[in-house]
Design a protein around this ligand. Structure first.
Ligand code: NDP
Ligand code: PYC
Length: 354
């Protein structure tokens, strides 16, 4: 059945899979590896969305790490996340119970949306979650519900604070979304390091040097060698500014949530080859509620700003991603023979493949 959905791409040895066929295949891999339907379904949605939108560093490349993390006993494959009793009206708490963050987010999302609509602002605090995915999926879901959103989480210590030379902060992703009526939402999502760690790993696999300014080696010297970078430390984007935002994320989504900072997450895990367990903070805001009683619609004023950006020939963040999404819907998702072979192997061998 899966094979019937595969169309051979015309021009090369790549294989084009429909989004649905890739979803089916990835979900089958996680089910074979022993994940329950909530875990397998939610992480498949995040991974396939990444591959569909040409975000290779958080697409199917992440399957192997997720399987390794499960095999090592560092992610609970059958976890059922739990919505905790509410003790503050604007704070929605979900315990991921050691499973992946994605099903915990999916559980908390409808409650977060309902509270933000009712009160103007609400936050989702996820604890005890194994995290590896891109955050745009989450702020986009809020934007689809008409809400602005912020999402952030620590990771494990791989980034030196600006002026330092040893890993302390995580690559700490930070995402923002703003709803638009006639267009896909305004969304940005980035690591607070110069690049996501996944990018360094992809450079290593491809035998490519890193751009200058991404990393330092174990002696604190600038390096473009991915291997030396992985053994040294990554650098924050924008120097002291990115370093401060990365620190803020350690505070808000680590210390404030009563969960682990990136240093603590790495100490607990003992390696950067598996995915870390920590918390995540997602904040939802209702633009209408904040703008009530003030002149003008926040949405029309936002559109004027976006138009002014585009008028200068600049592009909006996520524009590349939305174009890639359209292409994937039209032509399917192109995978290399190596990627196809790897998916087949994971499907056949389950956790024995890693
Ligand atoms: P990128 O540098 O690839 O992209 C950052 C953002 O900037 C994107 O929204 C991108 O939009 C936008 N952008 C890029 N170029 C331009 C431009 N010229 N003009 C306007 N906007 C632009 O992101 P990173 O490599 O830093 O991060 C990649 C992913 O890694 C993120 O999704 C992040 O969540 C994830 N991550 C996850 C971690 C975790 O622990 N779970 C840790 C670190 C990162 P577009 O996509 O359209 O190009
Ligand atoms: O790409 O930096 C990254 C990353 C770390 C954990 C998950 N993704």
């Amino acid at each position: 059945m899966l094979c019937g959905q595969i169309a051979k791409a015309r021009m090369s040895s790549t294989t084009a899979l429909t989004i649905e066929a890739l979803h089916e295949r990835v979900e089958a891999i996680f089910s074979k590896a022993g994940l329950n339907p909530a875990q397998a379904g939610a992480i498949t949605r995040a991974i396939v969305a990444g591959e569909r939108d040409a975000c290779k560093s958080h697409g199917i490349y992440r399957i192997e790490g997720a399987l390794r993390t499960v095999k090592a006993g560092k992610a609970e494959p059958k976890a059922v996340p739990e919505l905790l009793p509410q003790d503050a009206p604007a704070i929605v708490k979900v315990d991921a119970k050691g499973g992946f963050a994605n099903p915990a987010f999916e559980l908390g999302l409808p409650v977060l949306v309902e509270r933000a609509r009712a009160t103007g602002i609400a936050a989702l605090a996820i604890n005890n979650a194994v995290h590896f995915s891109a955050l745009w999926v989450e702020v986009e879901a809020l934007a689809d519900a008409g809400l602005a959103g912020l999402a952030m989480c620590p990771s494990y210590a791989t980034v030196a604070p600006t002026g330092g030379s040893r890993p302390l902060l995580g690559t700490n992703p930070f995402a923002f979304g703003w709803p638009r009526q006639e267009h896909p939402p305004y969304v940005f999502d980035f690591a607070t390091s110069v690049a996501a760690r996944g990018e360094i790993e992809l450079h290593r696999r491809a035998g490519k040097q890193l751009p200058e300014g991404w990393a330092i080696d174990a002696d604190g010297k600038p390096t473009t060698d991915p291997e030396a970078a992985l053994g040294g430390a990554m650098l924050s984007f924008g120097g002291h500014k990115g370093s401060a935002i990365g620190t803020m994320i350690e505070l808000l989504a680590g210390a404030m949530l009563g969960d682990l900072t990136s240093r603590e997450a790495l100490d607990l895990l003992g390696t950067t080859t598996l995915y870390p367990k920590h918390g995540e903070l997602v904040i939802a805001l209702s633009p209408e509620a904040f703008a009530a009683g003030r002149p003008g619609s926040p949405f029309s004023r936002a559109e004027a700003l976006f138009e002014a950006i585009l008028d200068q020939g600049a592009r909006l963040p996520s524009q590349r991603r939305f174009l890639a999404r359209e292409k994937s819907r039209r032509d399917g998702i192109s995978l290399t023979p190596q990627e196809m072979e790897q998916l087949d192997r994971f499907l056949e061998q389950g956790l024995d493949a890693v």
